[in-house]
Design a protein around this ligand. Structure first.
Ligand SMILES: Nc1nc2c(c(=O)[nH]1)N[C@H]1C(S)=C(S)[C@@H](COP(=O)(O)OP(=O)(O)OC[C@H]3O[C@@H](n4cnc5c(N)ncnc54)[C@H](O)[C@@H]3O)O[C@H]1N2
Ligand code: MOO
Length: 407
């Protein structure tokens, strides 16, 4: 019995998944999920320092002629204190004297000699001093368990002298295809045969999402062949297959799972396309059996499979987020079932893809996102607000648009 979309999403978000850890150098932890809370071991800046090349002064001396007592470079451990009518020459990043209350950029000073300068009157108290802890406070949490590590988190870690980090291991995904009519893309396909495009799709998509992926080949249309492939893959966190789930005479996947005592988590989702989607489990391995129709399988993976991957990665962001946009054109839809509509979000509106039959292979190559229509929607007018779910999201464009004007 097919279940509701919401129920399927809830089941996925509640799945209990086993995750493993490893320790990596921080540079190798990019796009991985952090498996520990990391606190700042020291404040940043570590000490009050100068934001400008110039002179460190006492604020009460503004407008005065000052004697230059010393020069402090970045990295110096100079503990000199300022006295009235004196200053020190200081470089950007250098530790300021403890009682310094302003830095005057050198270009704002009148340099009389190496030893004497006149500073202007209008100096703000504490100007150009970067204070201890204003960036990061000691003990502050820098990275939380289950957060994704990106370049900016690596900045944080490096700034603390952290060289290695505990992360979740990449989930292991195994992909195989079923369907005798399919030829692998490196084989010769006769005129009556088609290429297996689903398997490379899921292999590359799972890699893109941060999984370790093994391709274990092509099952013949027999229960034994599919069973063998599944049994060989039970060390994986998830097996992804496509095809063989509906009711055709050569659809053996379901029977193979049954013989292997796969526990069905759900069998069918009330959605279009992709109703015959099955999620099962054998021992600790989840099995996602996607519809063979290429667009149906890929969209179901984006809506449901990707969330399982998020969980397997160890991430706590396991729900879809969206961008509110508007329809570029009117869209008519056959109501009755929740429907996934792939399309292209151009930054201003969502352009529903016209060619979107479940068996098509070309559709997603023109799309970067999708919307999901409730079962009672038969018409979306041009300009209607929609919630756009990103698919592949590097947001550049061919047109040179003005991003400087905001009003
Ligand atoms: N009598 C019924 N027939 C169908 C039903 C139904 O309810 N009653 N459901 C339809 C729906 S909806 C879908 S989706 C498909 C699902 O079929 P399967 O998942 O069992 O997939 P297959 O029958 O093996 O193949 C369907 C279609 O997809 C092509 N395919 C399969 N694998 C690949 C691949 N790896 N790469 C590229 N293309 C693939 C295959 O050649 C078929 O054209 O069933 C409907 N039928
Ligand atoms: O899942 Mo089926 O595609 O609706 O084609």
């Amino acid at each position: 019995m097919a279940i509701d979309v919401k129920e399927a999403l809830k089941i996925i978000s509640d799945l209990e998944l086993k995750t493993k850890f490893e320790i990596l150098p921080i540079e190798d932890s990019i796009n991985r999920i952090c498996a520990q809370n990391i606190k700042a071991t020291s404040s940043l800046p570590k000490f009050n320092n100068s934001a400008m090349d110039g002179y460190a002064i006492l604020h009460e001396d503004c407008g005065e002629k000052l004697e230059v007592k010393d020069t402090i470079f970045a990295g110096d451990n100079n503990n000199l204190l300022l006295e009235n009518k004196t200053c020190v020459k200081i470089m950007t990043g250098a530790k300021v004297p403890d009682n310094c209350t302003a830095i005057v950029p050198k270009e704002n000073c009148e340099i009389i000699s190496q030893k004497q300068i006149i500073v202007p009157k209008d100096i703000k108290l504490n100007q150009h001093i970067r204070f201890i802890g204003e960036d990061i406070k000691k003990e502050e949490i820098l990275l939380k368990e289950k957060e994704e590590i990106n370049f900016s988190k690596i900045t944080l870690l490096a700034s603390q002298g952290i060289s290695h980090i505990k992360v979740y291991k990449k989930p292991k995904i195994v992909v195989f295809a079923s369907g005798e009519e399919l030829k692998l893309h490196y084989e010769k396909a006769e005129d009556y045969q088609i290429y297996n495009s689903n398997t490379p799709t899921f292999i590359s998509r799972c890699k893109e999402l941060g999984c370790e992926v093994d391709f274990i080949g092509q099952a013949h249309d027999s229960i034994e062949s599919i069973k063998e492939l599944i049994q060989n893959s039970l060390d994986a966190d998830m097996i992804i297959t496509s095809g063989g789930v509906s009711v055709g005479d050569a659809d053996f996947t379901k029977a193979a799972f049954n013989e292997l005592e796969s526990k069905n988590i759900f069998e069918g989702i009330k959605i279009k396309p992709g109703k015959p989607t099955v999620l099962g489990k054998i021992k600790d391995t989840y099995i996602l059996n996607l519809p063979g129709n290429p667009l149906a399988g890929a969209l179901i993976f984006e809506l449901f499979g990707k969330l399982i991957v998020q969980k397997l990665l160890g991430c706590n962001k396991i729900h879809h987020n969206f961008i509110i946009s508007k329809m570029a054109e009117e869209l008519r839809n056959k109501k009755g079932r929740i429907t996934i509509i792939p399309g292209f979000f151009d930054g201003e509106s969502f352009n529903a893809e016209q060619k979107r039959s479940p068996g098509m292979v070309s559709t997603l190559s023109r799309c970067n996102s999708m919307i999901v229509l409730n079962e009672d929607v038969s018409l979306l007018k041009k300009g209607a607000l929609v919630k756009v779910l990103p698919i592949n999201w590097k947001f550049f464009g061919k047109d040179d648009k003005d991003f400087l004007t905001n009003e």
